[in-house]
Design a protein around this ligand. Structure first.
Ligand code: ATP
Ligand code: DGY
Ligand code: MG
Length: 422
């Protein structure tokens, strides 16, 4: 064990590096031992990395492939695969043309062929071919409307699935009778496979009735021809698909637990679905940290209490920050003068909000240091300016882009100090 801050950074770095998509794809493919005629389709922000790892692993077994990722996310050619970049979060012409290539690749395959389908977050925008009667312009307009209306990702994707020929299990139907092996990097809390990238190869658990409720809930004004497409049901079962989750916030939490144990901490995972307002979550975490410092509950020190999830911030101010930075800054209020605990929170993609930080880390001295610098935490939170406040007291965490994207990792790390100053 080193200082709490050093150990916290070690837990973050090691747990993320152990779940990077390259390693996870390789491990899974070794277990799967696929046949010789494999067609690869990779979609999402991690598509290039996942495809590269699969190609390196399977080599000549791969007979062709299409990779569709976000602009700026390709790292160059991969032999035998066509690599495309397209619009995200709003799809564009390149989304459609490259999705057509993927569809061409899998249509007409036989039952002796295998489709290796590599799925990561962002896939909904990057993999799209509208149903007849719906145009790209329609998809752009509806996507924009959905992203602004306050609907969550399950609700947004329930609607996107029905406007699409490839979402909501329909891509797997196109590939039938070929078998589809789907490896998924989850960016959806609770790992709902039909919601991740709108589940192109997973039976849809949402229904047209759900869609009608969502339209009413958010008072969405949609033209007649779109409503028409939304009344068409999606596949509820698929007999040619096998799916494995290879990365998720649960996996990063488990990995953080293992790293902490190897450093000598007792460890527990409290939840993997934290999804409340960031500043509220911060106060809740501070309450748990106080309980540890004063009463050594819920776990014996030295310890780590781990949470995964994705909190929300309703941005009202004009400052700079992100949900993880806001969470820890809020927590700093609650652990003022309690020593022996740090609270850290980061986005596993290495980017928290529109900033160059992954998140932040605070302890019992942070609130006082801010006060001494003339900074009032409540004012900062009201202006959503957590970045500048944490920067001032050297409490930002910077990892740079990590190469994965599985929501947020949050934890309280405690040593055996038991000090509460008055
Ligand atoms: N000044 C701010 N303070 C706090 N949070 C902010 C601020 N500005 C934006 N945000 C939050 O940052 C979120 C965007 O963060 P981020 O870019 O990390 O996206 P994400 O949800 O992680 O998506 P992705 O999967 O693309 O990484 C917005 O939803 C918004 O609530
Ligand atoms: O692409 C999407 O739909 C989101 O990233 C969730 O997976
Ligand atoms: Mg992010």
């Amino acid at each position: 064990m080193k200082s709490l801050r050093e150990d916290a950074i070690r837990i973050i770095e090691d747990s993320i590096s152990s779940i990077l998509p390259e390693k996870a794809v390789e491990q899974e493919l070794k277990k799967l031992d696929l046949d010789d005629k494999i067609y690869l389709v990779a979609i999402g922000k991690a598509a290039w990395r996942m495809a590269k790892s699969a190609k390196d692993c399977l080599k000549d077994k791969v007979k062709g492939g299409v990779v569709i990722t976000k602009y700026g996310h390709s790292q160059g050619p991969i032999e035998g695969l066509k690599i495309y970049e397209a619009g995200h979060p709003i799809p564009d012409e390149n989304t459609i043309s490259s999705t057509k290539e993927a569809v061409e690749l899998v249509k007409g395959l036989s039952k002796d062929d295998t489709v290796l389908f590599l799925v990561s977050g962002g896939g909904s925008a990057l993999f799209e071919l509208p149903v007849d009667g719906v145009s790209l312009e329609d998809i752009k307009n509806v996507t924009d409307m959905l992203l602004r209306c306050g609907a969550n990702i399950v609700e947004i994707n329930a609607i996107r699935k029905r406007m699409s020929q490839v979402k909501g299990g329909r891509f797997a139907l196109m590939a039938s009778p070929a078998r589809v092996y789907s490896l998924v990097l989850s960016d959806v809390l609770g790992d709902r496979l039909d919601s991740i990238a709108s589940g192109p190869a997973y039976p849809d658990s949402t229904t047209c009735e759900d869609v009608r409720k969502i339209i009413r809930k958010y008072d969405l004004k949609l033209p007649r021809h779109i409503l028409q497409s939304l009344s068409e049901e999606t596949p509820k079962s698929l007999d040619n698909v096998e799916t494995r989750i290879i990365g998720s916030v649960s996996k990063v939490c488990e990995s953080a637990k293992n790293v902490a144990v190897s450093l000598g901490y007792n460890a527990m995972i409290l939840t993997t679905t934290l999804d409340c307002e960031a500043s509220e979550a911060g106060l809740f975490l501070a309450a748990i940290a106080r309980e540890e410092v004063e009463k050594e509950r819920p776990i014996k020190r030295p310890c780590v209490i781990i949470l995964g999830g994705e909190t929300v911030v309703h941005v009202k101010g004009t400052g700079k920050g992100g949900r993880n930075q806001e969470l820890v800054l809020s927590a700093a209020r609650g652990i003022k003068n309690y020593h022996g605990a740090v609270i850290a929170s980061i986005g596993t993609d290495g980017t928290d909000g529109p900033t160059d930080a992954a998140g932040g880390i605070v302890d019992g001295k942070t609130a006082k240091a801010l006060e001494e610098a003339g900074i009032d935490i409540d004012d900062v939170l009201n202006d959503n300016d957590s970045y500048h406040a944490l920067q001032k007291v050297n409490s930002l965490i910077r990892t740079g882009p990590t190469g994965t994207n599985v929501n947020d990792l949050i934890f309280i790390l405690c040593d055996e100090t038991k000090v509460r100053e008055n």
